[in-house]
Design a protein around this ligand. Structure first.
Ligand SMILES: NC(=O)c1ccc[n+]([C@@H]2O[C@H](COP(=O)([O-])OP(=O)(O)OC[C@H]3O[C@@H](n4cnc5c(N)ncnc54)[C@H](O)[C@@H]3O)[C@@H](O)[C@H]2O)c1
Length: 254
């Protein structure tokens, strides 16, 4: 029970990695603050955590790239639990396009959701962590943070910047007992971009064949496998780790 009585705030909680990580934290005793754009899904997940793990859960639906939403969320979390021990910045979007065909609005939205939200959450949560004597932040970056991904210009740039946000924050707050690290997943079982373009079993089979060809493990990653890494970075087992990017991609970038 590595997270007994710890307070964990998770953004993008209703998505694939958000739910797997929520379950990992809940199963090890955490109190949860769950937030997502999708209110229904986040409420359903919270109800499951209460029923299955006996978790205490605060939920909130909203856009975590908006300052007022983040301020309200952090305030509500602190009022409910008194502190936030672990912040998991995980909300993200994955539009496709190169620099020519990416509309400016899509570029701006990607930076807003994938980067500004993490900046806002981090800057609003850290003061309470300092007051409490420390804390841990985990950011969901991507292998696209360091390897240019074809036809994902805005996404790759936003995730590269998120990795740098991880590092500068780790440096600036290391002496205040705040650790900041990033997980960098490769291709996961339900790849975000694919949900928009894969509409048939045949296309899914083609995609699986492609994954077998390019990924040394010959399969996609499972959300639970990334959630295990998130939990490792969030708990005391990684007490000497900060500013690091942990890749989990089945060998894709080796
Ligand atoms: N799925 C992959 O293959 C993959 C690979 C590398 C990195 N990632 C990263 O992992 C994270 C989670 O991805 P996923 O696969 O679980 O995707 P997902 O789409 O299942 O989950 C993302 C969640 O974020 C929420 N969200 C989006 N914009 C938001 C906003 N402005 N405010 C609040 N919530 C918002 C969505 O509602 C959704 O529930 C993302 O940051 C993504 O970039 C995913």
């Amino acid at each position: 029970m590595r997270f007994q009585s710890k307070v964990v705030l998770i953004t993008g909680a209703a998505g694939g990695l958000g739910e797997a990580s929520t379950r990992r934290f809940a199963s090890e005793g955490a109190n949860l603050i769950l937030t997502d754009l999708d209110q229904e899904k986040v409420e359903t997940l919270a109800a499951k955590c209460r029923a299955e793990y006996g978790s205490t859960v605060l939920t909130s639906a909203g856009d975590v790239s908006e300052e007022t939403v983040v301020n309200g969320l952090v305030q509500a979390g602190l009022e409910a639990f008194g502190r936030i021990d672990i912040l998991f910045n995980n909300a993200g979007i994955n539009p496709t396009g190169n620099v020519v065909d990416t509309p400016l609005a899509v570029w701006d939205l990607t930076m807003k959701v994938n980067l500004r939200s993490a900046f806002l959450m981090t800057s609003r949560v850290i003061p309470s962590m300092i007051e409490a004597g420390g804390g841990v932040i985990v950011n969901t970056a991507s292998i696209a943070s360091f390897k240019a991904s074809t036809n994902e210009a805005a996404y790759s740039v936003s995730k590269a910047a998120l990795l740098q946000l991880t590092k500068v924050t780790a440096r600036d707050f290391a002496d205040l007992n705040i650790r900041v690290n990033a997980v960098c997943p490769g291709i996961l079982e339900n790849f975000m971009a694919d949900r928009k373009v894969i509409s048939s079993e045949e296309m899914m089979a083609e995609r699986r064949a492609r994954v077998r060809e390019i990924v040394p493990f010959k399969r996609e990653g499972r959300y639970e496998e990334i959630a295990n890494l998130v939990a490792f970075l969030a708990c005391d087992e990684s007490s000497y780790v900060t500013g690091a990017a942990f890749t989990a991609d089945g060998g894709l970038t080796v």
